[in-house]
Design a protein around this ligand. Sequence first.
Ligand code: ZN
Length: 61
Amino acid sequence: MNAIESINLMRKYNQCSSCGNDRVGGGEGTVNIEGEFFRRTCKCGWIVIVENGKVKEGDNQ
Ligand SMILES: [Zn+2]
């Protein structure tokens, strides 16, 4: 994905939809972008993956 798509996804999923945490790093949450793959996780177990425009959102709890 291009830089604009990456930024849009990071904005959209900046905040965890499960617990509201908006922190990344330091064990709080992670963001991974690789090619057409975007993943945002939160320490509470929430995860969202966007791959080739398809969104998979889940909560591991
Ligand atoms: Zn969370």
